[in-house]
Write a protein that binds this ligand. Structure first.
Ligand code: UDP
Ligand code: MG
Length: 315
């Protein structure tokens, strides 16, 4: 008889004491309905609430659950990476711990994979961010991302099922600044898309601060395009052309005996040029910073080593 296929489920978890247990209970209920051997990896991304105890309890109650504990908070992307690196399933599913990604969609996702899909992605029916600033930010991010990188990931989520071969491709990528959704889409493999209405994420607000989201958005955009660097060149050419026109004009004035006037013009030029130069340096600095981070080749997460009992080894 053919043995059951193994389904690894990677769940990044950061301070989810209120929802995690409900989420895992729901998930296990759904998994009982499908013909697959489950392997649930709860990646604790340095939680500071009662999440570690909840994870420990869940692990001792159910042997299909494994805990991966990061030494501190490394961010969701690192947690996803840590989980996928430890997932041994024939397919790997990634989902949030806060009930925004409904486990009820898993049977349909599995069915699509069993029919041969390499990537099954759950796409949000509508944006889930609440609050005007967050919503505007999300719209702006997806537009900019599409314009600059040429990849369309509007309303995509991290709720994805990857075939083993795709998980391996993801692991082969060595970059430190990871953007799971973007990387999977960038691979360009045919993906089956299923839509879902994201749950309300009941008892808690998003784990992202506005500043954190802006940093995440900028990093994700620059990971997929170097267009901003080319924009600097165009800006430079524009300034040179403008300078040529102004230069001819000023020289002409001088030759005609009219003294070049315009303290205001000089002031404006200084401000515009100063601003353009500083912006360009900022863009260059951002990319250099990223090169530095990549060259250092530090891992993007550290898994807490298991505690050792050294007491018995004394002299
Ligand atoms: N998360 C994480 N590390 C973090 C922030 C979030 O592992 O530093 C996890 C979190 O526990 C949840 C998922 O990533 O399972 C999505 O986080 P959240 O719901 O706050 O993000 P949003 O839904 O607002 O995108
Ligand atoms: Mg959420």
């Amino acid at each position: 008889m053919k043995s059951k296929q193994k389904l690894s489920i990677v769940i990044p978890v950061f301070n989810e004491q209120d929802l995690l247990e409900t989420m895992v209970t729901n998930l296990i209920g759904i998994l009982e309905e499908i013909e697959a051997e489950p392997d649930i990896l709860l990646v604790d991304d340095g939680s500071t609430d009662a999440t570690p105890e909840t994870i420990a309890r869940l692990c001792s109650d159910r042997n299909v659950i494994t805990a991966v504990t990061l030494s501190r908070n490394f961010g969701k992307e690192a947690a996803i990476h840590a989980g996928i690196a430890r997932a041994s399933g024939d397919c790997v599913l990634v989902m949030d711990a806060d009930l925004q990604h409904p486990p009820s969609l898993i049977p349909e996702m599995m069915a699509a994979w069993q029919k041969g899909a390499l990537v099954v992605e759950a796409v949000k029916l509508e944006p889930v961010r609440t609050g005007l600033v967050n919503r505007l930010g999300a719209v702006l991010f997806y537009r900019l991302y599409r314009r600059l990188s040429g990849l369309e990931i509007t309303n995509h989520s991290d709720f994805k099922l990857l075939d083993r071969s795709v998980a391996d491709l993801y692991l082969q990528m060595k970059e430190k600044h990871r953007f799971f959704r973007g990387l999977v889409h960038w691979m360009g493999l045919d993906a089956v898309q299923l839509t879902f209405a994201a749950g309300p994420s009941y008892a808690r607000s998003s784990r992202w601060s506005i500043f954190g989201l802006i940093k995440y958005a900028l990093n994700n955009i620059s990971s997929f395009t170097t267009l901003p660097l080319q924009v600097i060149t165009f800006m430079g050419v524009g300034v040179v052309l403008l300078g040529a026109v102004l230069g001819v004009w000023t020289l002409g004035d001088k030759l005609l005996g009219q003294s070049a006037e315009g303290f205001t013009t000089i002031n404006l030029l200084l401000i515009i040029l100063g601003g353009a130069i500083m912006t360009s340096l900022g863009i260059l600095g951002h990319y250099i910073g990223k090169i530095y981070e990549e060259v250092k080749d530090r891992p993007d997460y550290i898994v807490k080593p298991a505690m050792k009992d050294r007491e018995g080894d004394g002299p």
